[in-house]
Design a protein around this ligand. Structure first.
Ligand SMILES: N[C@@H](CCC(=O)N[C@@H](CS)C(=O)NCC(=O)O)C(=O)O
Length: 201
């Protein structure tokens, strides 16, 4: 399998971490949506990363269906999202919060980096930053310990760490000092695992 995209993207990174945790061998092609736009668009018409090229030539796009496929490969006992019931719904809800935080912080990043300073929409920036913080605050609130849903590391943890690391790497002042201490402790725990440490943005 070939993963398309760089781990600076939290969406790509959650796929890279999952591939490693599940012990699925893969190569990574470090294409950028800006510098390698045509090459990315030849793989995904939307020009977005991540994409996953399967050995038989099939192309999967978007991190959520890609991760669904990886869980199917891993089987229900090892899948990173529980297969059914309340446990599955809980993990999916936490993942949705993490994905929302990623999307909103990415919107801030794009607004800040692509638009000239005098044309940046301050209200939009504040609103998106607020939404990203609220998503992380809800994850903090939900954190059962040692992982988000208790004893087992799930896709919720992977996605939460990818979101938090992305924000800290690209907009460190978005989160106030001391914000989300349980989530930060969880991130520290995750950082001891090579799947997280070796994929840092
Ligand atoms: N819903 C998608 C979001 C992926 C996404 O927004 N990727 C960004 C990189 S972080 C991208 O490719 N942006 C380029 C663009 O949308 O033009 C997923 O979960 O994979």
């Amino acid at each position: 399998m070939i993963l398309i995209g760089r781990n600076t993207s939290p969406f790509v990174r959650r796929v890279a971490i999952s591939l490693r945790l599940l012990g699925l061998p893969y190569e990574q092609r470090l294409l950028s949506t800006v510098a390698d736009r045509a090459a990315v668009q030849a793989i995904n018409p939307l020009g977005r990363i991540p994409a996953l090229l399967l050995d038989d030539g099939e192309v999967l796009i978007d991190s959520t269906p890609i991760l669904d496929y990886l869980d199917e490969l891993a089987g229900p006992d090892r899948a990173l999202v529980p297969p059914r019931g309340p446990a599955r719904r809980r993990v999916l809800k936490l993942v949705a919060l993490a994905l929302g935080a990623m999307e909103k912080s990415l919107s801030c990043y794009v607004e800040r980096t692509l638009r000239p300073a005098d044309k940046q929409h301050q209200e939009l920036l504040h609103r998106c930053a607020d939404q990203a913080r609220a998503g992380l605050a809800a994850l903090e609130q939900a954190c059962a310990g040692p992982w988000l849903t208790g004893e087992t590391l799930t896709q919720a943890d992977i996605s939460a760490v990818a979101a938090l690391d992305f924000i800290d790497a690209f907009w460190p002042d978005m989160l106030p000092e001391g914000f989300a201490p349980r989530l930060r402790a969880l991130r520290q725990r995750a950082a001891t695992l090579p799947a997280f440490a070796d994929t840092r943005p």
